[in-house]
Unconditional design. Structure first.
Length: 516
């Protein structure tokens, strides 16, 4: 059991600090915002397949974080958070130097290594955040994951605002900013986590109210950023690329992020006053007992774990395929090599955030009636339908499909971290979460690299210049295969729901007993 914080309302201070740090972790989805730098014919002149592999290396670093899980267990989450910030800072800074100071001069393998480094930093930060806060809020796990992952999914859209406000049109300047921010957030947030970490000791109703405030704030920013992106072309057509207005928009974003640090106010933890009859109700009730609490090896001996991994490989792989190829898809469907893809990427990011937020919080609200596993099935069905819509109807479905994929892919992450604790328990959670995240890397390797990269380049040779393909047909085969895989994932997910039915039924009985 996680001990109470040594600081009054320390769990909320930790929550707020971690949310700040997750801006760095979420930049893993911003690869398309700066990666075109490395396709410059006068520089590295990379092919689409090479660029895809760089993205895959970033995802490899992000999803293979067994070391981060072990550090969590042995040294603490604050050490893991600092560890992740260091890797992200080094990776982004080295990529910036590769372009700005040695354009076209470094071996391709070195660029891939730098992507692995920043990706590993992002994944380590995420692992530390999940491990720390699921323990700090044991009775509100769905809310924690929904809000954290929702904010995480919004990160690349927020960072896009920073780019237009400060760096436009300098993409290399944007890269060095990502490196500096990672370093600074590590220096600022790590001491907060170290000093304030601990279990929440506040009335459950007060905790729920604060989570509702966080949800409202995230939804506001999702809508705000969507509106900003709708009018982005008009803003950029203004004098000086609309920078005065972009700076105003950035100010709103900064104030919103800073408001997170109001969460520790308004309630008193038990550690700040003696427990009396008047303050007795402040304490959260004991966490619900875990149905099954096995170590990592025990989890890997469970058949349902491997079925879960298959569902995640297909679901997350198909989502990452779409996200990694979003900019090229816009150019292909618009048949314009200069088509603006930043609004499309930001839209996907907003829906990615929305899916995480909704799945985490809705699954928590419905936990007394249905298993979280059904949310995995829903995501796989939505992902499959998006690919079928694009395959059958083409360009008119580009934006709707992007919104569906963003929400469905994000939704997978809105429930996956909680499912691990519910099905396998909290013992060695950081390592368990790290092992489950490898599924996303395998999915990225199969779908985004092997499938999309090879088929796209083959179509490019057939229809265009062998490097870029500006025809919708370039994605037809990719979308058809991925859509069919999604149907298979839905069937496997239904089997998984049956395999874990007993655990969720027992969990519901415990919840009824607690409330009686």
């Amino acid at each position: 059991m996680v001990k109470a914080s040594a600081v009054p309302n320390g769990a909320w201070w930790t929550f707020s600090g971690v949310m700040m740090g997750l801006l760095t972790a979420g930049t893993i989805y911003g690869f398309g915002s700066w990666s075109p730098l490395f396709q410059d014919p006068e520089g590295y002149d990379l092919t689409s397949e090479q660029l895809e592999f760089m993205g895959t290396m970033a995802h490899a670093g992000n999803y293979i974080v067994i070391d981060a899980g072990i550090i969590n267990t042995v040294m603490g989450t604050h050490v893991t958070f600092a560890y992740g910030c260091i890797w992200a800072c080094l990776g982004y800074t080295c990529l910036w130097a590769s372009y700005a100071l040695a354009n076209g001069k470094l071996p391709y393998a070195v660029l891939c290594l730098f992507c692995l480094m920043y990706g590993h930093g992002c994944g380590s930060i995420d692992n530390a955040a999940m491990t720390e806060l699921l323990g700090a809020f044991p009775d509100h796990k769905g809310n924690v994951v929904g809000c954290l992952k929702g904010y995480y999914g919004l990160a690349s859209a927020i960072i896009t605002v920073v780019y237009f406000a400060v760096f436009q049109p300098s993409q290399d300047g944007f890269l060095i900013f990502l490196g500096v921010y990672a370093g600074v957030s590590g220096l600022v947030v790590t001491p907060i986590i170290r000093k304030c970490k601990g279990r929440i000791e506040e009335a459950s109703s007060a905790v729920s109210t604060k989570f509702k405030m966080v949800i409202g704030g995230i939804v506001f920013f999702e809508i705000f950023i969507l509106i900003v992106n709708i009018f982005k072309p008009q803003i950029n057509d203004m004098k000086n690329n609309g920078k005065p207005l972009w700076l105003g928009i950035l100010t709103v974003v900064v104030i919103g992020i800073g408001s997170l640090f109001l969460l520790p106010r308004g309630a008193r933890g038990l550690d700040s006053a003696p427990l009396t009859r008047e303050t007795e109700q402040v304490s959260a009730p004991p966490a619900m007992p875990e149905i099954r609490n096995v170590d990592v090896l025990g989890m890997m001996k469970c058949p349902d774990f491997w079925v879960l991994v298959i569902v995640l490989i297909i679901g997350q792989g198909s989502g990452l395929l779409f996200i990694n190829n979003a900019s090229q898809a816009v150019k292909a469907f618009k048949q314009d090599a200069h088509a603006d893809q930043t609004s499309y990427i930001a839209m996907i990011s907003c829906f990615n955030s929305f899916g995480r937020l909704v799945y985490g919080n809705l699954s928590q609200a419905l936990l007394g009636r249905m298993s979280r596993m059904w949310f995995l099935v829903l995501s796989c069905a939505l992902l499959s339908s998006a690919y079928w819509l694009l395959y059958l109807f083409g360009e008119p479905m580009l934006w709707p499909a992007g919104a569906i994929v963003g929400a469905a892919y994000g939704g997978l992450w809105g429930v996956q971290p909680v499912i691990l604790t519910e099905i396998y328990g909290s013992k060695q959670y950081g390592v368990k979460y790290a092992f489950s995240a490898i599924a996303a890397f395998i999915g990225s390797l199969i779908f985004a690299t092997a499938l999309a990269g090879n088929l796209y380049d083959a179509e490019a040779k057939k229809f265009d210049d062998g490097k870029y393909c500006l025809k919708p047909q370039c994605f037809d085969e990719i979308y058809l295969i991925t859509g069919c895989c999604g149907i298979a994932a839905v069937a496997i997910g239904v089997v998984l729901c049956g395999m874990t039915k007993r655990i969720y039924a027992e969990m519901r009985e415990n919840m009824r007993a607690e409330s009686a």
